[in-house]
Design a protein around this ligand. Structure first.
Ligand code: PEP
Ligand code: MG
Length: 583
């Protein structure tokens, strides 16, 4: 097997070593889990039933064809029926379930991917085109599988049976990425994506090495190839020589030792060397994450990306979480935090986090009807969420955080809807915290340039540096072709962050950063120097940032950050950053 190296963008640090598991686009829409041994035959039957149902579907279609239907249509259905009963499609996946313990959907897409690859090699263009027929037939079976039964993932001990699989895909949506939280995989590689795309952020929250923007990795890497991801450099080594493998195994062991050492800091208060207390908050996607938040010793949750409750639920307005379902989720989170504050960001959908029920037609989704813009255009949906959040506030400290505000009227309308939600609850005598704090994300340059509007109204601010960088530098955060321009140290970004922190301090309003900059240890001292006292990041990053804080002296940092704010010269900025790292 030939060894080769690919270069991409690192999104999550560490080293992963394992066998490649290639996911083709169709595979991304289905659940991937391993079935327990005693469930194998049930799973086999589930797939057989789905095949049978599609067979009947096709028969009915054939019978119901109108008399004047073009003759190709009947031939088309016949071809599909033939494909459906071909053992390569109907039987091979059953073997995959039995031998690899894959769930039915996963087994089917694995086989389809294999067949598709074989078709790609065929010279005859007509035959090559039949690949799409196979995919369409498989899609019908998949639909049937998914609709017929809602099975919960019956998993066996993944760590033991498939310890080191690395997912390789063209792209993975943020919602799909969430499916991988159960620890079945030890790393991710995708062809597309930028460092701060939501998919990358979720990958980072899983605390396993990942590299994105690898161009055509999913075509070059083959199923079961050995792969090393060097998450520090974004380098992927395929089928490495034994010596290289040894080297990375040693590094992996070293990282593990360092991580164990960090764990000792869980209960240590986050104080700088000069005694300044720093608040360390966590970013979460789902209520279950709160257990890790507490375990890592965070002071609370600074960003609950509530949109993950709304994603991957299928089409139709009835598929959205109801007020009660949301309330239960928020209450579960606040109770799990045992008195620590829970900052719930209201639905931030759109761009790379679409809802299944909304047809997104925006030419440029990042600039479209996203986040609060969408919520204000769907007041009933927004009110439902606000009531659910308010109800949860009766069970512990909850704050509301509103994303993507830029206009004064958006602030006004948001507050008026919050008041409306409160009065609806009062009418039915449901308890909530009447003094619930409301904050704004500062993530659009327009907001950072009109801070008086925000500090006048808000109880707190949270800087969303991921979007602030995207919108200030005019680069799509999910587009790997401009990923090299994604620069947190651009003087414009530093100025906007510094002025936001300053405006908050002047008014006595807490300001946090909840974008990815907060969890980047190479930036911790700089942010402390800019006056930041609240950091919100993935729980996995918390202890390394704490270690950096424990080793930082604000008096020594101050002159350097003053210098950085006075220059527009990237060489000077780089020089100061180097000096900060050696303090
Ligand atoms: C941000 O933009 O920095 C942020 C925290 O929000 P999100 O990444 O979810 O857009
Ligand atoms: Mg954002």
């Amino acid at each position: 097997m030939a060894s080769f190296t690919l270069h991409g963008i690192s999104v999550s640090r560490g080293i992963a070593i394992g066998r490649a598991h290639i996911l083709m686009p169709a595979a991304l829409d289905v659940k991937h889990y391993l079935v327990a041994e005693e469930q194998i035959e049930t799973e086999v039957q589930r797939l057989q039933m789905a095949f049978l149902a599609v067979h009947q579907e096709l028969q009915a279609l054939r019978l119901d064809l109108p008399k004047d239907a073009p003759s190709e249509l009947a031939a088309f259905i016949d071809v599909h029926a033939l494909i459906l009963s071909d053992p390569m499609l109907a039987e091979a996946p059953l073997d995959i379930i039995r031998s690899r313990y894959y769930n039915a959907e996963w087994a089917l897409v694995t086989q389809v991917d294999e067949l598709s690859a074989q078709f790609d090699e065929i010279e005859d263009a007509y035959l090559r085109e039949r690949k799409s027929d196979i995919q369409q037939v498989a899609e019908r079976v998949l639909k049937n599988l998914i609709c017929s039964e809602q099975v919960s993932p019956q998993t066996c001990d993944k760590e033991q049976s498939h310890p080191h699989m690395i997912v390789v895909a063209h792209d993975i949506s943020p919602a799909d990425m969430l499916q991988f939280r159960d620890g079945s995989f030890s790393g991710f590689i995708t062809d597309v994506g930028g460092q701060n795309s939501h998919t990358a952020i979720v990958a980072r929250s899983l605390d396993i090495p990942a590299a994105v923007g690898m161009s055509n990795a999913s075509a070059l890497i083959k199923q079961e190839d050995w792969v090393i991801i060097d998450g520090d450099t974004g380098v992927v080594i395929v089928n490495p020589a034994p010596m290289i493998l040894d080297h990375y195994h040693a590094q992996q062991a070293e990282l593990l030792r360092a991580k164990k050492k960090l764990n000792k800091l869980k209960k240590t208060p986050a104080l700088t060397l000069d005694g300044t207390p720093i608040t360390l908050l966590a970013n979460i996607e789902l209520p279950d994450d709160c257990a890790t938040v507490v375990e890592m010793g965070a002071n609370g949750v600074g960003l609950f990306r509530s949109e993950f409750l709304f994603m991957g639920r299928g089409t139709g307005a009835d598929k959205l979480p109801s007020e009660d379902e949301q309330f239960e989720a928020y209450r579960r989170a606040v109770l799990a935090l045992k008195g620590r504050p829970l900052t719930i960001r209201t639905l931030d959908t759109g761009a790379d986090k679409p809802l299944d029920m909304v047809e997104h037609t925006a030419l440029n989704p990042a600039l479209g009807l996203r986040a609060i813009r969408f919520c204000l255009s769907e007041p009933q949906l927004f009110l439902t969420q606000l009531r659910a959040i308010l109800r949860a506030s009766a069970y512990g400290p909850v704050k509301i955080l509103i994303p993507m505000l830029s206009h004064a009227f958006e602030i006004e309308q948001s507050f008026s809807l919050i008041e409306q939600a409160k009065s609806q609850l009062r009418d039915v005598q449901i308890k909530f915290d009447p003094a619930i704090e409301v904050g704004a994300m500062i993530e659009i340059p327009a907001a950072a340039l009109t801070l008086p509007l925000f500090v006048k109204k808000m109880d707190f601010l949270s800087i969303g540096t991921n979007d602030l960088i995207q919108y200030t530098l005019a680069i799509d955060r999910v587009d790997y072709e401009v990923a090299h321009l994604y620069s947190p140290l651009h003087p414009a970004i530093l100025q906007l962050i510094a002025s936001t922190i300053k405006a908050g301090a002047k008014k006595g309003i807490p300001v946090a950063i909840c974008g990815e900059m907060a969890g980047d240890i190479s930036l911790t001292r700089l942010l402390l120097g800019l006056g930041l006292r609240e950091f919100s990041m993935h729980p996995a990053q918390l202890l390394s940032v704490k270690k950096e804080i424990l080793n930082s002296d604000l008096h020594r940092i101050a002159p350097h950050t003053k210098k950085i704010l006075r220059t527009m010269d990237s060489a000077v900025i780089a020089d100061v950053m180097h000096q900060l790292s050696t303090l």
